[in-house]
Structure formats: C-alpha cells, structure tokens
Design a protein. Structure first.
Ligand SMILES: Nc1ncnc2c1ncn2[C@@H]1O[C@H](COP(=O)(O)OP(=O)(O)OP(=O)(O)O)[C@@H](O)[C@H]1O
Ligand SMILES: Nc1ncnc2c1ncn2[C@@H]1O[C@H](COP(=O)(O)OP(=O)(O)OP(=O)(O)O)[C@@H](O)[C@H]1O
Ligand SMILES: [Mg+2]
Ligand SMILES: [Mg+2]
Lengths: 375, 520, 413, 421
C-alpha cells in the first residue's frame, strides 16, 4: 500500500518544490503526469455551473504560502481551480503558530467558505474538531487521513513511495559510480516515505540486475538517515550534498524544500552528477538547474486540491480518503528533459515496466524498503 | 610660551563648573592650581586641553587667541597634559602608549616604526632622568612608573605648556621630590607648568605662583612667600579649617584582628600579599602606609572576605573569618571601600536602599523574603539627618550626590551599628579638606568607642594625623612598624620606597623585618 | 552645591500622574511612527503600486491609502473587534452575539498570555543585569515538561494536576535558564551567546523528544505529542469561546504581580537589582553574585517556561515543534517597551498580542504577509530604545535625563 | 566579576587544576578505548579516502584496523594523562590539551569510519566551506569590537546581505553587482547600529537585537511579498570554484585550499590583511586604543567616535560579503532565515580567536570541522540520531565560550558607550 492510507503528512515544505513557480504544476506548464483523478477533465477557462459563487479557502500550516512546497503547491491547486472552473473566490490564511489553526479555520467557517482546505498533518486535530463541530462544512485536508472516516472531510494523501521507487530505480540505473544519495529536511514521516521509496527502487534495481548500487544518506534497516534539520538552511543542503559527492555519489535526491535547491547548486558545481527533484517538475520550476535535473518526483497536491474542489462544485463531495497513486497519476515521475538522450532505452523500458507493476499492485514498494522481500 | 585664560565659563547641566575664570601662566613658570573637590580645576584644564569647549571666554597663547576643537588641536599648539586619571592603555607597551596619536611610520600603508619611536623615547627619558623600559606592558608597571610614562608622553610631543593634574596623589614623597626636580628642570628650559594638587606643602614648596579656585571662580592668586597653609586652606573652603585632628592618646585593649602568614593573589594570579603578619587591637588606629600597588587592595579584600586567601589565617576576636563578605560583616567588621562608586554604592539605587545595602536581609529591614519598606525609610531619614547627607530626599539616586555626600552615605551605613573592627581604605581620597576633617573626626570617635581600626592610605598626611601605629607595606609585606611619634614623612617615604628599615624600630617590627630577611 | 537640606518628600500625586503621562507619550509616539513606517513598507513592497506611482501619482496615492487602510483596518478589527457590535449586542440583550463580538479581544488576550510570561522573563533578566535571548528555548523546555505532566497522570483532580503541570513547566524553563546562569557565574561565559545557542539546542531536543515513545502520540508518526488530559488543561476564560483566552491569562497576571513583588518588595529582588546595577558593590555588600545570577537566570527561564506551559495546557493541549512563532524574541521588545517593569510588560504584551491577533485577518483581507508585524515590532523597539529619535522627530523637549541604561557590559566577566 | 575572584593560581590551586586535567585525560582515554575501540566489530578496518573526486594525483586510501588503532590512541591519551597527573606539563599545557582533543577526535573518526570509508579530504573541504561565512562574521566582529562596539547584529547583516545579493545579482545578471549591493546594505545596517549605539547611546546589544529582528522581519516579508511573486528575482548566477593551476594539484592540500570560489580566496586575503593592519599599522594601533581606553585615545587627539563609526561600518561590509557568500558562493538562492545562526557562531569564533583575525579564522575552522564532521557522520549512517548530531556545532560553541572566555580578554571598553563630555 505504500504510504497511502496511513496518517502521513507534510510539514512546512515537506517535499520541497522548485523555485516557487506554480506554473510547474499547472497543466499548461507541461506537467507530464497528466490530469489527476478528478481535476483533469475541465478545459481551462470553462467555468463550471455555479462556480462563480463558490469560495475555496486554504489554511496553511506554519510554513506559510511561500514555503516553495507544500502550502504553496496546495495554493496552486486553488489558483488552478479558479482559472479552470472559474470559481468566484479563493482565500488563504497563514498560520504562524499552533494557536492559529483553530482560529484560522473558524475565520473561514465564519466567512462561509464552501470548501476549506487545510494543509498538513499539523492541522489534523484542528480540522477534526472543526469538522465535527460543523458537520455541514466541507473540508479537505492534505496528507492526512482519518480513521474512522469523518463524513465531511476528504483526506488527500499520496502514495509517494510508488513514485520515488521509480526514481530510485532510475538513479541506480544511471549511476556510474554505483553510489546514489538522498537526504531530508526534518526527520518526519512524509519526508521519510520519500526516502524509503527511493531505497526500495535501489534495492529493486540491485535485485533485478544483480548489482550492488549503494544508497548514501538513508539506512533502511535502522530507518535513520541524513537530515539537515530544517527547511531553511539552504547552505546546509549544499554542504551535505557536497559530502555525498565527495563520498562518490553521482545521483542525489533532496527531500528538503528550498534546502534541496542548495543541493542542486552543489550538484551543478560538481562534474557528472545528477539531481532528482521532488514535488513538482523542477526542471520547469527551477530551470536554472535543468542541466543537472535527471527527473523529478511529482506529488500533485495541486491536482488533489483541485479534484476536491471540483467534486464539491459538482455535488459529488464525500468524506474519506482520496489516495493519489501512480495508477491514478496523482504521483509520478517527471520527464527526463535534458537527459532524454542519456537515459538508455532499456532503462526507460524497465522503469515503465516497474510503473505498470506498481500500478497493478504486483510490486509493493513497502516490501522493498529494506531489501528484496523475503531476505 | 605665555598662556592666558580669559573669562572662561563652563556649564554642565545643573552645575557651573567654571565661571569667568582668568588665569595667566608666564613662560617657565610653575603655576599651582588649588581648590576643593569639584571647584572646577580639572574642568578648566580640560577646556584648555580641548576636551571641553568653553561656553564663554577665550584662550590666548603668546597673546594670540586660539580655539581648540579637540585635544589634537591643543597638542599641536604645544599643550601637554598629564591627567588626574591615567590615560594609558594597560595592554599596550610603553612605546605604544607614548607614540599613540603621534606614531612613527615607515613604508606603505602606515606600518608602525616601533624602533624609531623607541629610540626617541629613550632619548626623552634620558634627557630628563625618567627611567622606564620602553618595551614593558603598562599594566605590569607600578603607578609611579606609569606617572613617568604619562610625563614622557607629554614631553614626546614637545609641550610648551605642561598640565599636571594631581600627579603626586599616587607618589611617595621621594618620588614626589624627583617629580619636582623634573618640573623645575623643565621650567628652567622654558616650559610653563600648571600643577594641580590638594597637598598644601607641595604647593608652597614648588610653585612660583598659586591660584585658588572656589566653586568655579577664582578665589585669589598669591605666591608661596606671602601665604601659609592655613591661609590657603581658608581661601579654598571659604572658612578657617582645622588641619590637625584632635585626638587623645589611644588606649589599646585586647587583640581584635590578627593576620598570620597571609598570602593573597591578585586578579592576574600573581602573589600580591606575601606572608603578611599584623595585629590590630581594640581602641587603636593602625595605619598601613604604602605606595599604591603594594598589595594593600588585596590585603583589605582578603580581610573583608572579598578575595580568597591562598595561605595563612585571618581571625577576628579569635575566630577565623572566611572568604565570605557576609560572614565578615556579621562578625562585626565594617568596611569603607577604596572606590566609592565601584564598590561601596549601587548607583541606580536610592539613598535609602544604599543605606541598607549589606543589612537589607536582617530584621527590622526584612521579615523572611519581604522587605520592610517603612523600617528602611525610617532608618534612612534618621541617618541622613545624623550624618548630614545633603540631599532633597532619601528617594534620590546616590549617583546624583556629590562625592563627599556619597562618602557620607557609606560612612553612615558602616558606622551606625556596633562594630568590632573598622577597615577603611583611602577613606578620604579625592575629598576636600572640609570633608576630610569630618571623616577623620568620625574615625577617631569610633576608636574611642573601643573599635579596632585599620586604615590603608597612601596619603602620608592622613597616616600621620590618624595613626596610633603605622605599618609600612612594601611588595606584599609589612616592612616596618613605627610609632607615629618617631615617624617623619622622610623616613616613611624611604620605607615605602623599599629602603631597609634602620635601627630603632619597635621590637615587633624588628622581628618581622628579620623574618622577612630570612624568608627572602 | 546649594546645600539646601530639603526634607524627604515623595513626589505628589499630580506630579506622579504627569510623569506617568509623559512616560506614555513616548511609547505611543514610537508605536505610531512604527506603524507609519510599516505603511510605507506595505506600499513600497507592492511592485504594482510602485509602478503606478510613476504613471499616476494621485491614483497611486489613493490606492496606497486604500491598501494601508484595508490592512490596518483588518488589523484593528481582528484584534479589538467592532465596538459597535458589542454595544449592539448588549442593547439587544443577545448574549451569543455579545460573546461572538468579544472574539477578537479574546484572541488578543490569548496571544498576549505567552507574551506576558516571556516578557516578564526578559524584564527580570534586564533588572538583574542579564540579557536573556534564550526565552525561546526556555519556552520550549517548559512546554516539554508541562505537556509531559499534562498527559501523564490521567485521573488526577484538576486542582492538583494543573498546578503540577504548571510547576513542571516552570521547572523545565528554569533548567534551561540555569545552564547559562551557571556558566556565566562559574566560567564567565556570556549569557547572550549561550542562550542563543541553547535555543538551537532546544529546537533539536524537542524534535528528538517528539520522536520517542514517551512523547509521541500513539498511532502517529509525525512529531506530535500525546494530548493533554482534561484535568490538566487550562479551561477557557470566556465560556462559549472555546478557542480564545484561557486561564493562562490569569496565571500570567498573577506572575506579573509576583515578579513585581519579587523585584521591588523582596530581599531576593533587592539582590537581583543590586547585582544588575553594580555587581561589584553587591559582592562587597555580601551578596553572592554568582548564586544570584544563577537564581535570576533560573527564575527567568522558569517564567519563559510558563509561556510554553500556558500554550500547551491552554491553547493547544499538545506539543509540536512549531509551538512558538518567536514569542521569546518578541519578549525582548516587550521588556524594553515595558521598561522592564511588570506592569509595563503586561501593557506591552497586550499591544503585541493585538498585533499578532490582527495580523492574520490583515493577511486574509489584503494578502500582506504577517511578517510585517515583525518589522513593526523591530521599529517599535528601536524608537523605544532611542527615545531621542522620536523626540527629534516630534520636537519634544527632553525631560530629566536619567542617564543611559547599559544592560550588558561586554563579553567576559 | 566572580571569575577573577575565584581563580587562584598559587601553589595548591594550581596543583588541583593540573590533577583535574589529568583525570579528564584518563577519562577520555577510557572513552576512546571503550566507546570507540571495544564498540567496533572485531577485525573491522577503518578506511580514509585521501582524494577529492577527479584529481590528477591519486593517493591510496589510508586503511587502519579499527579496534587496535583506537586502543593505541587510548594508550597515548592515557600516557599523557598519567604524566599530567604526576609531573604536569607546565608551560606546554595548552599544547597537550590540544593533542588530547586531537587524539579523541581521531579515535572518534576511527570508530565512525569502522567498516566504512570516509573521505577525509571531503571533510576538510567541507570544513573550509562552512568556515567561510563564519570567518566573515567573525572578522566583522573583530573590527567592531576592537573599536569597542559589540555587534550582535552580524546575524541580521548576513541575512540582509544574502537577500540583497540574491536580488541584485538576479536583477542585473551579475554576481559581482550582487556582492557590491550586499556590501552596501551591510554598511547601511552597520551605520544604523553605529548611529543608535554611538550617537544615541542605545545599549549596543539591544541596538543589535533590534537590527536582527528587523532583518529577519524585513527579509521574510519581502521574500513573501516580492520574491514570491517575482521568482526571477531570486535566481542569481553563482560564482563557481576557480582552480589555481599547479597548486590545486598538490595532493590533499591542493583540492582543499586551491580549488575554491573567490569568496574563500578573499577570506584568506582579508584575514591576513586585517591582522596586519590591526597589529602593525598606525590605523590598528589607534583602533585598538579606542577599544581599550577611548578616553586615553581622545586625549591624544584620536577621534573616538569617528573611529568607531568607521570600524562598525567596515565590519558591516564584511558581514554583507559573508551573506553574499551564502547565496552567490553557495546555494544560489535566498530563503528566509537561511543564515541559521552563523552570525552568532561567528561571534563565538571571534571570542574563541581572542579578538584577532587569524585566531578567529582558526576558531571558525573548528566550528566548520564540527559541522562538517556532523554532516559526514549522518551521510555514513553512523547510529546517532540526527537531532543530536545537529546540536554539535551549538554545543561546541557553548563549550568554547564557557571554557575560554574567562581567559580571553575582550577589549576593555567593549560594549561601553563613550561620552565625550
Ligand atoms: N562631564 C561632566 N558633566 C557634568 N558635570 C561635570 C562634568 N565634569 C565635571 N562636572 C562637575 O563640574 C564641577 C567641577 O568638576 P572638576 O572635576 O573640574 O573639579 P576638580 O576641581 O577637578 O575636583 P577634584 O579635586 O575632585 O579633582 C563638579 O561639580 C563636577 O561635578
Ligand atoms: N549627574 C547629576 N545629576 C544630578 N545632580 C547632580 C549630578 N551630579 C552632581 N549633581 C549635584 O550637583 C551638586 C554638586 O555636585 P559636585 O559633585 O560638584 O559636588 P562637590 O562640590 O564636588 O562636592 P563634594 O566635595 O562633596 O565632592 C550636588 O548637590 C549633586 O547632588
Ligand atoms: Mg566632587
Ligand atoms: Mg579634578
């Protein structure tokens, strides 16, 4: 099942995205994963009936809307819904502390928002309380799932390890030194899930090919790894990545928000090293690093949010969990862009096969976290 | 160079420090400036030296009017000043201190030419007999030598007018004599000298002319030949002053303070008190005479519990007193510290709070954790009246009191309880004759009540006036103990300067001297 | 000089009132100036407006006015609310509407609560000659200890559980204040550097603790603590407004009174202030300066710890790593603004609480980032710390100078 | 106040101190043996890579048997402890202390690299990189404090410098203009500090704190309000490393020292330049006099206030460069609060370095090493929680400040406003 269904979550910028261009997420920006389960259908700019009176509101966690990830990505979903479905109003409130959550949600309830999107597991408790107190109010929460289900809350969660497993396989296949690396911002589940899936990909590759590609920065057995400790200190991201490169790694995936771009800078300054972005297609959102951007792990929060808005608009809204997977293209692997010609045909084909296998449930990333299953 | 100050007025908020002061200093003249504390002497000199801008009046040099915006201008015009408080950087060498502001440089980018400066310093010091090691760190030098460095600093800049602000306050009489010799030689070569002091003897001895300031105005100008100490004192204060303390012979009783083999280190871990022995009896005033920097400060701090003792014992009435000021206080020891504002008072606290600074936790000023404001205020009002502290209110901040009144606050606090031992360091430093008179009277009163009194002073006049027994301290030891009757300033000065004690000392001192000789 | 031995009198009541009024003038002007500069920042940081100024200055001026008015209007509405609503509800006898109209004030008071504690912490430190930049870290440690007690002993009656949890919070903060106090007293390490470093250590420590089984909520993998049980939770102060001000405010006001008593009416406070003003003289007077510094820092830490405590027991009922939006740093401003007097700190905390409470509605209404509030706060401190700036700006004559206050004296000893 | 009074150097106390150190050394030896030696797997080796990637001259890795090496190090440490206990080292105490610390670190490295390979050159490269902003901060501190102004606002100056560098370099397309802009804004903030603390005599630490809060608020605000909407303003070109021909081919040293960007080379030059200027020139003599005894400086005609203004502003400019490094020499973008306390660590380095440029540089290297090693350990999956590893640089700072400030002497007038009248 991967990470889907478990109460995972984000954090300030949990899967940090690119240089802040929401365009990288919008369909017009060329996001290759295509439409999301619910949001893909509408043609841009065709208002849906009743949309003009619809009000969608987002409450961020303490990361703020400019967190280059998570909160921002969700907001891109709101903006997308405005552009595509023509909804009347979108609003946003930033939380600076724990104490803000209840109040911000209450503010939007008072403002009679049609749908309130709360972002991240930090808001889990506050959203639950508000939802139970206001059973008519519709909520959507990113990266959180309630068990049992709350009828007026839709949980938008991501089986991100399915996508990072593809990334790990790709990294292992492209590495010349036989060493690949990953690190995180803060050691929290949504970050860890990225890294575990990546490890699964490497393990799968090693098993399939009988190789021994090493993964630096994550120890699947001890479930511990390399973290910079925050999502701000970009220089630290750079320095950690330099460390990886010095230890011989030549593909690096950073799950650290803006800190990841410090990592990309280090990759760019080294020779023959490649970078795998996260959250959005960073070759588009951070074009300055196109030349080292092997691919990106896509986490379509925007699509998830858009889908929730659409279902509310169309009167199909229901509570429960909406899992974004490879299969429904809620997560995915971005194109290779500059590396299109460098990725061998066979490798691409193998990745495609793996994608099929995961989508069909034949291969489960969680089985591969620590190595080949049964070993 | 002929110097004239005409109608100088300088005001500070609330104080007129100088008011219409006229002063003429002829070339080659030694001109003494006298006055009570706060009379405005330093202020006047600071105006002359460009540190302050006068509110009114002008300065003429050889008849030309000049304006100094900063000391740099004054220095350039040939004025040099040795300040009341040393203006030396402790962590610099002598050479660095002397050359500062007038550096020798060579080559590119203002690289210092230390060798050249050193050569010139040696030149100056040899010409005037001011011996000093140019490479020594100033913080390692005794005060007398620092004084020399200050003078070299002024001479290095070729001063035509040299201002000496209380230069002898920290010197032994012998060092004072040496300084006077230098002053006379400088004056002979044409340098004008303004000499500030509180010591009337010195004025009569060295000055060509004397100007007395009182409350910022010139009270009069005279010459040594036509005046006396008494007249000068009266001119300063505005009334006649008793220069001698009236006191009956002492009646020493049992031993109160006993110090044995005391070793104490200074802040830099050098041994400052080096195996010192001393006893003080009830009803006597023992004075420790010595040049500043011979371990007196550390001795007092050790006795009052402020500084840990490395070896030896200190007992009060037979009980050892530990390195804790509060226990020493509770054992009945009062302490008038050397530095009022640094140690004795908390500026920012009211007079009332300062009066209970060391007893605030005791009844009736506190019950448990609670301060009893009424008891504190009542005591404050009583003592302000009793000790004549001039202040509008006990709620006033002590920082706003004059120096003399600050000292009275301390004296009131320390004297107004039954005590066994009084330790006072430089109790009248920087005070004027009136205040000195007052404080001396109080100390003798305490003695007559049967308190043992230990005074540390660098002022020979004070020592001679107060002491029932004089101990001379040199390099961390008591080198001689004298009866005041047989002590002359000359003899004391020699001993303070490190001369070996001659015969005819009292037996205890001989013993000590012998012990010191065998140990060293 | 003039020896007029006027007998001690206390300044008369009217004189006191005038002095007090004068005392309020400068802070008020400081806040006003900071808000004006804040408005300037709002306008200048809007690229569209700046462009518009080049094209049509009059329209731009109007638009700027609208933007600033909307922002500050929302700020005020979100922090004080609409007095009209209050009066209307009262007139109509509509209790629910009345309570609803109280909401902004309730939020302001809620935000003020941790600020009062933290401000008292820094103020007490200032009075003791110490500069506590570590309130932030102490706050977290206090929260950690308090939340532990808060979730650990279900079944305790609230009148035992709450005091116990509050005491634990104080202790946690005190521990984090003790370290810099101890190091300063024993080694001379400057508390500024040590407290700043301890803030970073505290962040990591919280991250670490929230991953352990002791703290982490069962069934959750994200760093979130177990829930504070009902018996340890500080209940809301205004019934009907569950999310707003809680009993922590009452504790904060009590703390302010206690600190005031401690500082100015107790022997310990006498020691704190003596050491703060002149450690050398304090030592001479028999006060153990080292112990005093340690005790003062520990008490400061404890007060800051209570800031975290009131947050976890009152507002959030759980601990996560994003607990404080920088209360510990605001506290420095508060202590300055309140001139290190407890009452002043409370007043300043109300102001900052209002700024924080109003910042969110301001963002909701105009999209202006709430960091603006931080800028305004910095400007307020600057104008308070340099009153001459404000005086010069408004051409106010200086009163009696009380001399410059130096809070800290270089690094070493 | 208490520090001075409680240290007693005479006979007995000196002995106690010496013995204390002896016991500490023995304890460290025990830790090396037990925690590092015995904890490794039997027969395991520790391998240290001595090459940077892609250098001409390749050295073989240094491979040592883990446990025996740790035991040997422990033995050496124990020997030093025993000698310390019995005879003492007298004047060479500091050297021995340094040696023991090195032995301990070596033991730790052997344990950490056991069954693994660690790239030592990489660790040292990382050390220099991390030391660079800290050194700039420390140099800024030295300039200010030598003139008697405590500058706690260096953190804010770094942050603002970083922001402005990012924006200016992005807008103009030239990183050089970014550096200049950072220098200018550093100078402006410093001028504000100077005016507040010198002219208005605001307590220097408070003035500095104001600037820090202001810098954090302002850069975060602008980052949210401007950079968010105009991401192209946060996309500067970086200044990449410049290999110095020949020198960079020297094994080990070459890749560490001679393959860096201009900031690092500028740092080398500035450290030496400021050191010489401070201790060998007229300017430096006057600056130091102002910081030690401003009144004395005043009385010989030195303009105290001007010297202070000048030095504070120069310091601000250096802090600006340090901030520019973080963006233009390292990450290529600005993010809110990206300085993460480096300004404060720089101040600690300044204290550790005895208020001297060269000393501060070496102190910065110590912090850089702690940080670099920390990151390396997490890369190698050494089983210590990452949160604990992340505390290391901060804890080191506390230890350094606690352990050394008592002995290091700050300029006497540091932090004290000077009143002319
Ligand atoms: N910087 C200042 N600000 C305010 N008042 C001052 C200042 N300097 C001196 N005063 C006041 O001016 C008066 C004269 O002081 P000054 O130092 O000149 O006295 P003095 O004659 O040198 O005394 P002393 O013998 O104690 O050295 C005193 O009342 C003093 O308080
Ligand atoms: N900073 C100040 N603020 C307010 N009043 C002050 C200040 N300094 C001095 N005063 C007041 O000015 C008067 C003169 O003080 P000053 O120091 O000149 O006295 P003084 O003549 O030196 O006396 P003493 O001989 O006792 O030292 C005193 O009454 C004192 O209270
Ligand atoms: Mg006086
Ligand atoms: Mg004088």
């Amino acid at each position: 099942q991967g990470g889907a269904g478990r109460p995972g979550g984000g954090s300030p910028a949990a899967g940090g995205a690119g240089a802040g261009s929401p365009a990288a997420n919008s369909p017009a920006g060329g996001g290759p994963a295509g439409g999301s389960p619910a949001g893909g259908g509408a043609a841009a700019g065709t208002p849906l009936p009743g949309a003009a009176d619809f009000k969608a509101c987002e409450v961020s966690d303490t990361g703020g809307i400019d967190d280059k990830g998570f909160n921002q990505n969700a907001y891109a979903g709101l903006e997308g819904a405005k552009a595509e479905f023509g909804i009347g109003e979108i609003k946003f409130l930033e939380s600076t502390s724990e104490a803000d959550y209840n109040r911000n949600i209450q503010t939007f309830i008072n403002e009679k928002c049609d749908l309130i999107v709360t972002v991240g597991f930090l808001l889990g408790d506050a959203t639950e309380a508000a939802a139970k107190a206001n059973p008519k109010q519709k909520f959507a929460i990113v990266d959180f799932a309630y068990d049992p289900v709350i009828p007026n809350v839709a949980g938008i969660v991501f089986a991100i390890d399915e996508a990072t497993m593809l990334g790990g396989y790709l990294a292992a296949g492209m590495s010349k030194t036989g060493k690949v690396a990953t690190f995180g911002g803060i050691d929290i589940p949504p970050v860890r899930t990225f890294m575990e899936g990546f490890a699964a990909g490497v393990n799968y590759y090693n098993k399939q090919k009988g190789k021994n590609v090493q993964l630096l920065g994550w120890d699947p057995k001890k479930k511990s790894g390399s973290f910079t400790g925050d999502f701000q200190d970009t220089a630290k991201g750079r320095q950690v990545t330099e460390g990886f490169i010095q230890e011989g790694a030549d593909v690096v995936m950073a799950v650290a928000g803006p800190v990841g771009l410090g990592a990309a800078a280090a990759v760019q300054d080294a020779e023959g090293v490649m970078f795998i972005g996260v959250d959005v297609d960073q070759a588009i959102s951070a074009p300055e690093y196109r030349d080292v951007m092997l691919s990106s792990i896509l986490k379509r929060i925007d699509n998830g949010v858009k889908g929730a808005i659409r279902s509310a608009l169309e009167g199909r809204f229901k509570g429960g969990v909406q899992v974004n997977t490879l299969k429904n293209e809620g997560v995915g692997l971005a194109p290779y862009h500059e590396f299109e010609n460098d990725v061998p045909q066979e490798l691409d084909a193998e990745i495609d096969a793996l994608r099929q296998a995961i989508a069909s449930g034949q291969v489960k990333p969680a089985d591969w976290y620590e190595g080949a299953p049964g070993q | 160079m002929k110097l004239e100050l005409q109608g100088i007025t300088k005001r500070f908020p609330g104080v007129v420090a100088n008011e219409g002061v006229d002063l003429v200093v002829e070339p080659g003249e030694i001109h003494a400036l006298l006055g009570e504390n706060g009379a405005g002497k330093t202020t006047l000199m600071n105006v002359l030296y460009g540190l302050y801008r006068p509110d009114e009046g002008e300065i003429l040099l050889d008849g030309r009017s000049v304006t100094f915006h900063d000391p740099g201008d004054a220095i350039a015009a040939g004025i040099g000043m040795v300040h009341q408080h040393f203006m030396l950087v402790p962590v610099f060498t002598v050479t660095e201190n002397v050359m500062l502001g007038a550096e020798s440089t060579r080559g590119f980018g203002g690289l210092l030419d230390v060798a050249d400066a050193r050569r010139r310093i040696v030149e100056v010091s040899e010409r005037h007999g001011l011996r000093v090691d140019p490479d020594a760190l100033v913080e390692d030098l005794p005060v007398g030598v620092r004084q020399r460095v200050e003078i070299i600093k002024a001479l290095y800049r070729r001063s035509d007018v040299l201002i000496l602000d209380e230069p002898t306050a920290v010197l032994t009489p012998q060092e004072g004599e040496e300084l006077f010799a230098i002053m006379r030689s400088l004056a002979r070569s044409g340098t004008s000298i303004i000499f500030i002091t509180h010591k009337l003897n010195e004025v009569l001895q060295v000055a060509d002319r004397i100007t007395v300031l009182r409350r910022g105005r010139v009270a009069g100008t005279t010459t040594p030949g036509t005046t006396s100490r008494e007249q000068l004192a009266a001119m300063m204060v505005g009334r006649s002053v008793q220069l001698q303390v009236d006191k009956a012979p002492s009646e020493p009783a049992g031993t109160v303070l006993e110090i044995k083999g005391l070793v104490v280190c200074d802040d830099r871990d050098h041994v400052a008190v080096d195996g010192l022995d001393l006893t003080v009896h009830a009803g006597e005033i023992a004075c420790i005479a010595g040049v500043q920097g011979n371990g007196q400060t550390e001795l007092v701090e050790a006795v009052t519990g402020l500084r840990p003792v490395s070896a030896g014992t200190v007992t009060l009435d037979g009980r050892p007193i530990t390195a804790h000021p509060r226990r020493v206080f509770e054992a009945g020891c009062a302490h008038v510290p050397e530095d009022r504002l640094e140690d004795g008072l908390v500026p920012g606290f009211t007079i009332a709070d300062n009066l209970v600074l060391n007893s605030y936790y005791l009844a009736p000023y506190a019950t448990g954790l609670r301060l009893e404001r009424h008891a504190i205020l009542q005591r404050a009002r009583e003592q302000v009246a009793q000790y004549d502290v001039r202040t509008p209110s006990v709620f006033n901040d002590v920082a706003n009191l004059s120096g003399g009144n600050q000292q009275k606050v301390i004296v009131a606090r320390e004297f107004s309880r039954p005590i066994r031992l009084l330790v006072a360091a430089q109790p009248t430093r920087g005070l004027d004759v009136g205040s000195i008179e007052y404080i001396h009277r109080r100390i003798v009163e305490k003695r007559d009540e049967g308190t043992a009194v230990l005074i540390v002073s660098t002022e020979l006049d004070e020592v001679l006036a107060l002491a029932d027994r004089i101990a001379v301290m040199y390099q961390g030891r008591i080198v001689a103990i004298l009866d005041p009757a047989e002590a002359t300033p000359e003899r004391l000065g020699l001993l303070m300067g490190g001369a070996r004690p001659e015969e005819g000392l009292d037996p205890e001192a001989q013993e000590i001297a012998a012990a010191a000789a065998s140990a060293g | 000089m003039a020896a007029v031995p006027e007998r001690p009198t206390r300044p008369g009541l009217t004189r006191q009132a005038v002095t007090f009024g004068r005392g309020l003038l400068l802070p008020a002007l400081a806040i006003l100036t900071a808000l004006i500069l804040g408005a300037l920042v709002i306008v200048l940081s809007d690229p569209d407006l700046v462009t518009l100024f080049g094209v049509d200055p009059v329209a731009a001026l109007g638009a700027s006015w609208d933007l600033v008015a909307a922002a500050y209007g929302a700020l005020i509405a979100g922090s004080i609310g609409n007095p009209g609503d209050l009066v209307g509800a009262l007139a109509a006898g509509d209790l629910d509407a009345f309570v609803a109209a109280l909401d902004p004030i309730s939020v302001t008071l809620q935000r003020s609560t941790p600020l009062i504690f933290a401000g008292l912490s820094v103020a007490l430190a200032f009075r003791s000659g110490l500069f506590n930049i570590g309130a932030e870290g102490q706050l977290y440690l206090g929260a950690l200890f308090a939340v532990f007690v808060g979730f650990s002993f279900p079944g305790l009656p609230f009148f035992i559980h709450i005091p116990l949890a509050v005491a634990a919070g104080f202790l946690g903060g005190a521990l984090w204040g003790f370290i810099p106090g101890f190091l300063k007293a024993r080694t001379g390490a400057h508390e500024v550097i040590v407290t700043i470093m301890l803030n970073y250590v505290a962040y990591r420590l919280i991250d670490l603790a929230l991953k352990t089984d002791v703290f982490q909520r069962p069934g959750r993998e994200d760093p979130i603590s177990k829930e504070v049980v009902e018996s340890a939770a500080l209940p809301p102060l205004i019934p009907g407004l569950a999310a707003g001000v809680h009993w922590g405010l009452v504790i904060a006001l009590i703390a302010a009174a206690v600190v005031s008593w401690l500082l100015f009416r107790s022997t310990k406070g006498f020691e704190f202030r003596a050491v703060g003003l002149n450690p050398q003289a304090a030592r001479y007077a028999g006060i153990d300066t080292g112990r005093t510094v340690i005790l003062a820092m520990a008490v400061c830490g404890g007060l800051a710890g209570l800031a975290g405590t009131s947050e976890v027991l009152g507002s959030n009922r759980r601990l996560v790593s994003g607990l404080s939006p920088g209360y510990g740093f605001d506290a420095i401003a508060l202590a300055l603004l309140g001139r290190s007097r407890p009452l002043g700190v409370v007043a300043a905390a109300l102001l900052f609480g209002a700024l924080r409470a109003g910042a969110t509605p301001m963002q909701a209404a105009t999209g202006i980032p709430i960091d603006l509030v931080v800028v305004v706060q910095a400007l307020v401190i600057m104008f308070i710390a340099a009153p001459a700036l404000v005086r010069g700006l408004y051409r106010i004559r200086a009163g009696r100078t009380t001399g410059t206050e130096v809070f800290s004296k270089g690094w070493g000893t | 106040m208490t520090a001075a009074a409680t240290t007693v150097g005479a006979g007995s106390a000196g002995l106690r101190r010496q013995q204390l150190f002896g016991f500490v050394y023995l304890a460290l030896a025990a830790i090396i043996a037990v925690a590092f030696g015995a904890a490794t797997e039997p027969g395991a080796t520790s391998s240290f890579e001595l090459n940077a990637p892609r250098v001409a001259v390749q050295l073989p890795p240094l491979v040592v048997p883990s446990a025996p090496t740790a035991y040997a190090l422990a033995g050496l440490c124990a020997f030093l402890g025993a000698v310390q206990l019995t005879r003492g080292f007298g004047a060479r105490n500091a050297v021995v202390l340094g040696a023991v610390v090195l032995l301990f670190i070596a033991g730790f490295l052997v344990w950490a690299a056991s069954t693994r390979s660690m790239n030592l050159v990489g660790v040292l490269q990382g050390t220099l990189q991390r030391a660079t902003p800290i050194t700039f901060a420390a140099l800024a501190g030295v300039l200010c404090e030598r003139a008697g102004v405590v500058n706690i606002a260096i953190e804010g100056m770094l942050l603002t410098g970083a922001f402005v560098a990012a924006v200016a370099a992005s807008a103009t397309g030239s990183p050089w203009i970014g550096i200049i802009a950072a220098v200018v804004v550093g100078a402006l903030l410093a001028a504000l500090l100077a005016v507040l603390s010198i002219r208005y005599r605001v307590d220097q630490i408070i003035a500095g704190t104001v600037i820090n809060i202001f810098a954090i608020g302002m850069t975060s605000f602008l980052s949210a309000r401007v950079l968010q909407r105009r991401p192209e303003l946060n996309n500067p070109d970086r200044l990449g490393p410049i290999q110095i021909p020949l020198l960079s081919d020297i094994p080990v040293v070459g890749p560490i020292v001679f393959n860096n960007n201009v900031f690092v080379y500028a740092m080398f030059v500035l450290v030496v330049l400021i050191h010489v200027a401070l201790f060998k020139t007229r300017w430096g003599l006057r600056v130091r006099a102002v910081g030690e005894h401003p009144k004395a400086a005043d009385t010989v005609g030195i303009d105290v206030l001007r010297t202070r203004y000048q030095n504070v502003i120069l310091g601000g400019m250096l802090a600006g460069v340090g901030g520019a490094f973080l963006v233009l020499g390292s990450t290529g973008r600005f993010d809110r609060e990206m300085t993460a306390g480096r300004g404060f660590i720089g101040l600690a380095a300044m204290i550790f370095g005895g208020w001297a440029p060269v000393g501060s540089f070496f102190a910065s290297l110590v912090f850089g090493f702690a940080d670099s090693l920390q990151a390396r350990l997490s890369i190698l999956n050494v089983p210590i929680p990452s949160e604990l590893l992340l505390m290391v640089p901060y804890v080191v700072t506390i230890l350094v400040v606690a352990g050394l400030v008592g002995r290091a002497r700050a300029p006497a007038a540091d932090g004290r406003p000077y009143e002319k009248e």
